[in-house]
Design a protein around this ligand. Structure first.
Ligand SMILES: NC(=O)C1=CN([C@@H]2O[C@H](COP(=O)(O)OP(=O)(O)OC[C@H]3O[C@@H](n4cnc5c(N)ncnc54)[C@H](O)[C@@H]3O)[C@@H](O)[C@H]2O)C=CC1
Ligand SMILES: CC(=O)C(=O)O
Length: 402
């Protein structure tokens, strides 16, 4: 008999069936009915605060008693027994998503970036709970209360958490640490943010083995490599936002140039989330037509476009001090892809064996993190830029190996 992983996790010792119940309940009792062996009654205690995130299969009508801290729910369900051979990988993750038991996102770093990711993730209604963690505890509490006030359209809970609790979340977003000052490069943050990352990951241990860790803190590629080395998670479960944000900037630029919806544009910025990034023009298309075949593109000075995209963060930082809306949207979209097992292709910071470093390549993203790296065809010039980006990142990464 197959026990779905969320139930294995939340109901230790439970060996009878899959039933369609609740969010992280503390199981009190289970009874199999005499007349119908497939009908099981479950009594469980859950925190009152998670009442609002009960899945569709349960409602407050199942609550048998309620105190300020606990709610007791009693429900009966018909068991479903699934043979492992019949359970494809896709069904397995779909089951995990459908059960709704495992949807906690921890955002470590409650500053401008972390709180924007939290807000936009909340608006997507994909997480049952968002944990906000910051070493500035009063600040994080204020951010938590403020974010909770935005919770008028869905059931995502927001609460302040600890690093230990963050280590148990399904998705762990790292957005702590120092940001660039005007004129400073991302790489110049490495020494300050390296120590912070080590402390953060140490504080989360033991990290639950199915957790997916998303690095946002800069320099994101090098910090992703370090997190892969020290977190204890498989590499595919630790990746960075990489050039996803640069790709969004390029898409918006092309959308304006062609007056076409961004959703019809397929074009990637790849390599380093930093100065050596490049645009994969050869593989880009609009509405299925190669981008390079458009006269508007043939007339462009492509290096000028590359520099404009690569320097956009610095331009924003010069004007307003930091960037957070763009990365907020990217971070929330990444959380959504994981929690919905959407299998979207995104340019993310991933370990590429061929280059022995972490850099951005289009990658398939689902419930288990990076499912597959999906390189695109590059022109000889673009391939050279990729090699240069890899060499830059490998040289920096080597200084910070364990
Ligand atoms: N990858 C990307 O595309 C982007 C990355 N970033 C990066 O995100 C990071 C955060 O930027 P902002 O939110 O604007 O900075 P911020 O200064 O607004 O917030 C940083 C937060 O981290 C907290 N913090 C610092 N050390 C900590 C520790 N050891 N443990 C827990 N919390 C700690 C601070 O208390 C602060 O609340 C920066 O490294 C920035 O460069 C920003 C934009 C885009
Ligand atoms: C700060 C940063 O990395 C960005 O906005 O691209």
């Amino acid at each position: 008999m197959f026990i779905s992983p969320p139930f294995k996790e939340i109901l230790p010792g439970w060996r009878k069936s899959i039933i369609d119940v609740a969010t992280r309940p503390l199981l009190l009792s289970t009874t199999t009915h005499q007349t119908n062996k497939n009908l099981v009654t479950v009594k469980a205690r859950i925190p009152s605060s998670s009442l609002g995130s009960l899945p569709y299969s349960l409602s407050t009508s199942h609550v048998s008693s309620l105190t300020s801290s606990s709610a007791f729910i009693t429900t009966s369900a018909t068991t479903t027994i699934v043979k492992p051979s019949k359970l494809s990988r896709r069904n397995y993750t779909a089951e995990k998503v459908r059960c709704g038991t495992s949807k906690q996102v921890a955002v470590v770093g409650a500053g401008a970036v972390g709180s924007t990711i939290a807000l936009l993730t909340m608006m997507k209604n994909v997480a049952s709970e968002i944990l906000l963690v910051d070493k500035a505890k009063d600040f994080a509490l204020g951010q938590t209360w403020d974010l909770a006030d935005a919770n008028i359209v869905n059931s995502t809970k927001v609460r302040q958490g600890t690093l230990k609790q963050a280590g148990q979340a399904e998705v762990i977003v790292i957005a702590t640490g120092a940001k660039q000052q005007p004129g400073e490069s991302r790489q110049q943050l490495i020494d300050r943010n390296y120590e912070m990352l080590k402390e953060t990951i140490d504080g989360m241990q033991p990290i639950q083995k199915d957790g997916v860790m998303v690095l946002v803190t800069n320099p994101v590629d090098t910090l992703t490599l370090i997190a892969q080395n020290i977190s204890g998670l498989p590499r595919n479960q630790v990746f960075g936002s990489g050039t996803y944000l640069d790709t969004c900037r390029l898409t918006v630029y092309l959308s304006d140039l062609f007056n076409i919806s961004p959703s019809c544009i397929h074009a990637y910025v790849l390599g380093e989330h930093g100065d050596s990034q490049f645009i994969a023009w050869d593989a880009a298309s609009i509405g299925g037509r190669p981008l390079n075949s458009f006269p508007e593109i043939r007339q462009l000075d492509k290096e000028t476009v590359r520099l404009a995209i690569a320097n956009k963060a610095m331009d924003i930082i010069d004007y307003k001090g930091s960037t957070y809306y763009g990365i907020g949207a990217c971070g929330a979209s990444i959380c959504e892809s994981i929690l919905r097992n959407a299998l979207n292709i995104r340019p993310l910071s991933v370990y590429v064996k061929e280059f022995d470093t972490v850099l951005s390549i289009p990658s398939k993203l689902g419930a288990k993190g990076i499912e597959q790296i999906m390189p695109v065809p590059l022109s000889p010039g673009e391939h050279k830029q990729l090699m240069e980006s890899a060499a830059t990142l490998r040289a920096i990464g080597e200084r910070y190996q364990k």
